[in-house]
Design a protein around this ligand. Structure first.
Ligand SMILES: NC(=O)c1ccc[n+]([C@@H]2O[C@H](COP(=O)([O-])OP(=O)(O)OC[C@H]3O[C@@H](n4cnc5c(N)ncnc54)[C@H](O)[C@@H]3O)[C@@H](O)[C@H]2O)c1
Length: 247
């Protein structure tokens, strides 16, 4: 049974890349648990706001743009600041190394990794004052797979794990945790161009033999952002139906 307990009541949660896919599912799940959700995306995610309802808000936020983070911080002050940040926005073009140019490399690192740094610089001071905070970075189980053409993406997603691990050490004294979630292949627009047989070949490697849905990722995020996970930090939680093998 999926709990309907209001585990996140009184918390303000910011989700990036929340217009669709995994980010939208996370925003809705946090709202269902009682959080006041700020849904953001490169274009204001109106559809997500419609699904969250009146307790939420939606704003434009390009996660690579420092000024956008500052502007959003000002807007969030009316809600009493931000307690939970879920960095979910991602950029994932397939480029074998011979075709990978510096522009694509930089956009990947900027979208998938700089964003985490900027969110921390923006919202950490407020969390420190409250002696409570949660950072969750959406990484990928691809860091442990043998998929060609994704060196830039894997570098950025490994970077998230490293940043959360290091950040955890710097913020633990103030009741703040930082963790990464590593989804497997999930049924969103991001994988729409991958032929069905290729998708199947991936999910057949899982213990649970079906394609993951965005809602399959939300449980890990809800746990890590709750009080239940107050002694869990610097970790990388794999949510992939049992594809990734330890060791
Ligand atoms: N779908 C999968 O199979 C899968 C697997 C593992 C990890 N992930 C990760 O999950 C996250 C969400 O992926 P998804 O499948 O829902 O993708 P998606 O393409 O459906 O959604 C990504 C969202 O990020 C937004 N975005 C991109 N660049 C942005 C920017 N600069 N500023 C703000 N928003 C921006 C997009 O507008 C989009 O709404 C990504 O970080 C992705 O790497 C996805």
């Amino acid at each position: 049974m999926i709990t309907t307990a209001k585990t996140h009541e009184g918390k303000v949660a910011l989700v990036t890349g929340a217009a669709q896919g995994i980010g939208q599912a996370i925003a809705i799940a946090l709202a269902e648990r009682g959080a006041i959700v700020i849904a953001t995306d490169i274009i204001t995610p109106g559809e997500t706001l419609g699904k969250i309802g009146p307790a939420g808000s939606a704003y434009q936020l390009d996660v690579t743009n420092e000024q956008d983070w500052k502007t959003l911080a000002l807007k969030s002050e009316t809600l009493g600041g931000v307690d939970i940040v879920v960095n979910n926005a991602g950029y994932f073009p397939n480029r074998p190394i011979d075709q990978l140019d510096l522009e694509t490399w930089r956009k990947t690192i900027s979208t998938n990794l700089d964003s985490h740094f900027l969110s921390v610089k923006t919202f950490l001071p407020g969390m420190r004052k409250k002696k409570w905070g949660r950072f969750v970075g959406i990484s990928s189980n691809m860091v442990g797979l043998t998929i060609p053409g994704m060196s830039h993406y894997i570098a950025s997603k490994m970077g998230i794990i490293g940043f959360m691990r290091g950040l955890a050490n710097d913020v633990a004294g103030d009741g703040i945790t930082a963790n990464a979630v590593l989804p497997g292949i999930i049924n969103t627009k991001a994988i729409a161009d991958i032929p069905d047989e290729m998708q199947r070949a991936t999910w057949e490697q899982q213990a649970i033999k079906r394609l993951g849905e965005p809602q399959d990722v939300t449980g890990a995020v809800l746990f890590l952002t709750s009080n239940d996970a107050s002694f869990m930090t610097g970790q990388a939680l794999v949510v992939d139906g049992g594809q990734y093998r330890i060791g």
